[in-house]
Design a protein around this ligand. Structure first.
Ligand SMILES: [Ca+2]
Ligand SMILES: [Ca+2]
Length: 116
């Protein structure tokens, strides 16, 4: 599913003007989204977007950057609300993992994507 989530802003040439908003993914129905972070999770050279939900299904979603302003949302975990999520290479293998803080635990999701 390629979709249009979080607005991105384009810096104007005239710094006195407001930035142009580009929406990416508007149909995910996010429930209290938080912890937006950016990392190249699949190693294709394009920055992907991480977002997590503080309520509802507690989804952890990576929006794979397909290029050309197109993103594909991939739910990589769900079931418990996430207070905070961040992209960080926890095990030092060169691939960004995801660090999560939930009410009952601090944990991390290992990125097992094949290197490109
Ligand atoms: Ca990528
Ligand atoms: Ca890693």
């Amino acid at each position: 599913m390629t979709t249009n989530l979080t607005p991105l802003f384009e810096k104007p040439t005239d710094p006195r003007q407001l930035w142009t908003e580009h929406r990416i993914a508007t149909e995910l129905n996010l429930d209290q989204p938080n912890s937006v972070d950016v990392a190249d999770f699949d190693g294709d050279g394009r920055p992907d977007i991480l977002v997590a939900e503080k309520a509802g299904a507690g989804r952890v979603i990576v929006l794979r950057n397909e290029g050309g302003g197109q993103f594909t949302p991939v739910v990589i975990a769900q079931g418990r609300p996430v207070q905070f999520a961040r992209a960080v290479d926890v095990n030092g293998d060169g691939r960004p993992d995801i660090l999560l803080i939930r009410a009952d635990a601090i944990s991390w999701l290992e990125n097992l994507a094949p290197r490109q």
